[in-house]
Design a protein around this ligand. Structure first.
Ligand code: CAA
Length: 263
């Protein structure tokens, strides 16, 4: 791969977008490599992923403006679909994905972080949807996911004004869960991922699916989705061992979660 690297550490995989010359901007090749990288993840041995950007300045500075600059209407729509398909694959990926946002997360960068389950960022992170300043709309899910995450009013303000926000404001509006000094970001993300990976994998996957699928429907349908995924956990080895450990009062085995600090 030219622009995406993958490293496995125990049950945790780290996907890094590595196109520093363009501040990790997403061109077609990056999108294709991201798709291939996620599809190659061994789900038998991986329980959580971290998505980050190479370098100390940028997570992802957006979709590639050079590549987009000459597109026709039909090509623009197809490029939007290409990004949306990859981001939806990330959003619905069976295991959790943590975005470790290490700098600029603009346009497609903010959008890819929003397709992840959890966002944490460094103090130098900058979020924004600058597309209307470029004469386009956010096209990789920004008009949909930002409103769902931070509310319609704040999303509209950010998108219409194209104003970027710093890490502390992103934290204040709930776009990120926590802010860390840059050098602590990846270690914290790895600790969090290890904590997730220490829990019952089928249960964690079912939680992701229950939340994702349930958020798309009304509460009556949502609780039925939950019931099915709850029921699906029973008779698994994890359920038997997890509850067995509790009942046997085996404290060593019960303490599976590695705690992480949320500043
Ligand atoms: N596409 C292509 N190249 C990009 C890029 C992008 N989105 N963002 C940065 N780059 C390139 C620059 O062109 C520059 O390349 P050269 O060295 O070859 O000139 C290199 O990365 C470094 O960038 P700057 O010199 O601009 O760095 P800076 O520190 O002065 O500024 C920045 C950093 C504020 C992030 C600035 O680069 C910037 O504003 N980038 C564009 C951000 C943006 O508008 N993103 C949204 C894109 S549209 C989109 O994403 C649509 C969608 O929803 C699908």
């Amino acid at each position: 791969m030219e622009f995406v690297t993958y490293e496995q550490e125990g049950f945790v995989g780290v996907v890094t977008i590595n196109r520093p010359k363009a501040l990790n901007a997403l061109n077609s090749t990056v999108l294709e490599e991201l798709e291939a990288t996620f599809k190659a993840v061994d789900l038998d041995t991986t329980r959580c992923l971290i998505l980050t950007g190479a370098g100390e300045k940028s997570f992802v500075a957006g979709a590639d403006i050079g590549e987009m600059s000459t597109l026709t209407k039909a090509e623009g729509e197809a490029f939007g679909k290409k990004g949306n398909d990859v981001f939806r694959m990330i959003e619905t990926f069976p295991i959790p994905v943590i975005a470790a946002v290490n700098g600029f997360a603009l346009g497609g960068g903010c959008e890819i972080s929003m397709s992840c389950d959890i966002r944490i960022c460094s103090e130098n992170a900058v979020f924004g949807q600058p597309e209307v300043g470029l004469g386009i709309t956010p096209g990789f899910g920004g008009t949909q996911r930002l409103a769902r995450l931070v509310g319609e009013g704040m999303a509209k303000q950010m998108i219409y004004t194209a104003r970027n926000i710093k890490a502390d404001e992103a934290y204040r509006i709930g776009l990120v869960n926590a802010v860390y000094p840059l050098e602590e970001l990846l270690p914290v993300a790895k600790k969090m991922a290890a904590g997730i990976a220490a829990n019952a994998p089928i249960a964690v996957r079912n939680c992701k699916k229950a939340i994702n699928d349930g958020m798309q429907v009304d509460m009556d349908k949502a609780i039925v989705i939950e019931e099915k995924l709850f029921g699906d956990c029973f008779e698994t080895e994890d359920q038997k061992a997890g509850m067995g450990n509790f009942l046997e009062k085996d404290k060593e085995k019960k303490l599976k979660v590695v705690p992480f600090q949320n500043k």
